[in-house]
Every structure is written in structure tokens, then in C-alpha cells.
Design a protein around this ligand. Structure first.
Ligand code: GLU
Length: 312
């Protein structure tokens, strides 16, 4: 709702979702009727929302809260990645899709905001805090690790997923890299402002080739300018899946950090943080989180146990 560059979404081209049992995309409001019995709880599959979510009709919130503002405006601006398969990837029609997009649309749905009224703003790793601080976005759902340094400037709801840092190399692993110890003094590609970029330099002495988005690391890996790409295991798994035969994860994706994914929001908005944590908790309990996963990242990755929110 605060964005200047508005990307209002039509929902015509969700190829992944066409494979699910969600029915046709595009309705502005929910009927509240589950499409079939045995589906995710709480009326999750309505046949109208592209992720099968029920959009709460006229939700009530205490006056003066951000939730009341969003509900009144009927829109929200969410920052996400645009180049990460499985989590946030823009299709040819300009709409992002993936698990982060689904989680963002879950929160919107609980605020009474239908999918097509969400404005998606691309947030690369380095501009997430700034975009929240400056009000370019209301929320960031973007493979965003919760940590103390970031908590100095923004707040986090969640975590809603636990990832970990890994390494991706050319298929066949020509350099024989077995773990992060092997990249000391070698060129490794990662993204500015990300936790894995800092870690591979500080802990393992790699020479960083930094870029602004992970997809820019693929060509340098293909042509041997770098020996590896490093970031979270699940982001790398998306690139391996998207480029068959080209890349593989070192040690089958073994991780060497913990990257708990949170939803970034303005520092000090404790009511909004509590509301999002309540939403995540309820959606985990009634199966909506699992259903969202299965429609997105679940195409490649096993359904996880979703973590309990950290209500700090
Ligand atoms: N989760 C890590 C981070 O927040 C890496 C992934 C990313 O850059 O989005 O820095």
C-alpha cells in the first residue's frame, strides 16, 4: 500500500499452480467453502485464490494498528525476491511465485486482502532493511534470515522456515570441493548484504565475487570464473532444479550455518509482529503452511516441520 511502483497482479499465469487442485485463479473474495473434503483445514482451498487461501471477509482490528490500516486500504506492499526459483521467481507475465509469495499472500488474506491487491516489490538481499525502514514496503518475505544485526533496524515475525548455508558447484564437481574449508583463497560467488557472503569470507577465507542477485552467479559458475556459489541450501536447490545437468550441491546440500527465515517489518510494530506470528502459528496447526509449501517449494523439497515463532 505504500509502494510507488505498483505491480498489481493478474493471476492468469501460475503454471505451477495449474498443477494443483486449486481450481481457477482470480476471485477477489472467498466463498469460504473448501473445494473438497480432506483438504487443508480452515477452508484453505476455495478454488478462487491462486494458492487456495480463504480471504477473510471484513476482518476487525483495533483502531490505529497497522492491521486496521491495511484492512481499510485493502492493499499491502510486500517485498520479495524475483529471481529465486521455489521461493520468489517472476514469471514471463511479471508476477512472482513461490513459497515466500504464498506466505506473503497468507498474511494478506488474513488482513482481508485478496491476492490481486498485493503489490509485489523486488527486494534484493542488500536493500531489505532499507526498504522496510523507508516504507517502500510494508513487509519483506524474501528468504530473509533473522539475526541480531538486522534486528537493530527491523523486526521479524517467524521464523517460518529453517534453511542453512550450502555450496553449489558445476555438475561433476570438477574442483573436488567437499565443504567450505576447500574454498579458502578461491573465488566464490554470492550476494551483497547476505549472511552467506559474509560467512564464506570471514569463516572460510574465500575470495568473494559479489553481485546483487543470486541468478547473476550462474554464468560465472558455468564459465569457471568462480569455483562455487554459496547461499542457503533451498535457494541453491532451486537453481539445480531449474538448470538440469548443470549444477550440483556439495555434499548433497549439507549445511554449515542456520538461516531461520523471518518476515521483516518496521521496528517497533509489536502488534503487527504478534498478528503475523499468530497467523503463522494457526496456519501451521491447520495445515495451510504445508499446503502452501506443497504448491511451491514442495515440487523439489520435502515438506518440513514448520518452526514455532520466536516471540521475542
Ligand atoms: N538467508 C540469507 C540472508 O538473508 C541468504 C539468502 C538471501 O540473501 O536472501 O542473507
Amino acid at each position: 500500500m505504500r509502494s510507488k511502483s505498483k505491480v498489481t497482479l493478474g493471476v492468469a499465469a501460475f503454471a505451477v499452480l495449474a498443477l494443483t487442485a486449486c481450481g481457477g485463479p482470480g476471485g477477489a473474495t472467498s466463498t469460504g467453502e473448501p473445494e473438497e473434503s480432506g483438504d487443508a483445514g480452515n477452508g484453505a482451498a476455495t478454488g478462487e485464490h491462486p494458492y487456495g487461501l480463504e480471504v477473510v471477509e471484513s476482518p476487525e482490528f483495533e483502531e490505529g494498528t497497522s492491521m486496521a490500516e491495511f484492512a481499510e486500504a485493502g492493499s499491502i506492499t510486500i517485498g520479495t525476491k524475483f529471481d529465486q526459483p521455489l521461493f520468489g521467481l517472476v514469471g514471463p507475465d511479471g508476477n512472482p511465485e513461490g513459497f515466500d509469495v504464498a506466505v506473503g499472500s497468507l498474511i494478506a488474506a488474513e488482513l482481508g486482502i485478496p491476492f490481486e491487491n498485493i503489490e509485489w516489490e523486488e527486494t534484493v538481499s542488500a536493500n531489505r532493511e532499507t526498504f522496510i525502514e523507508n516504507g517502500n514496503v510494508d513487509l519483506v518475505v524474501a528468504t530473509y534470515t533473522i539475526n541480531d544485526a538486522r534486528k537493530e533496524v527491523v523486526d521479524f515475525a517467524g521464523p517460518y522456515y529453517l534453511a542453512g548455508q550450502a555450496l553449489m558447484v558445476q555438475s561433476g564437481n570438477p574442483e573436488g570441493i567437499t565443504g567450505p574449508e576447500d574454498v579458502e583463497g578461491q573465488a566464490v560467488c554470492s550476494v551483497e548484504g547476505s549472511t552467506p557472503a559474509a560467512h564464506i569470507v570471514e569463516e572460510y577465507g574465500a575470495t568473494l565475487q559479489a553481485t546483487d542477485a543470486y541468478s547473476n552467479c550462474l554464468d560465472p559458475l558455468r564459465n569457471g570464473q568462480v569455483v562455487a556459489v554459496t547461499t542457503d541450501n533451498v535457494i541453491l536447490a532451486g537453481f539445480v532444479d531449474q538448470n538440469p545437468g548443470e549444477f550440483e550441491l556439495v555434499a548433497e546440500g549439507e549445511t554449515f550455518t542456520e538461516e531461520p527465515y523471518g518476515i521483516g517489518l518496521a521496528k517497533g510494530d509489536d502488534e503487527l509482529r504478534a498478528f503475523i506470528n499468530d497467523t503463522l502459528e494457526a496456519a501451521t496447526a491447520d495445515g495451510r503452511m504445508a499446503a502452501l509449501w506443497e504448491q511451491t517449494a514442495g515440487a523439489v523439497l520435502p515438506t518440513p516441520e514448520f518452526p514455532a515463532p520466536d516471540r521475542y
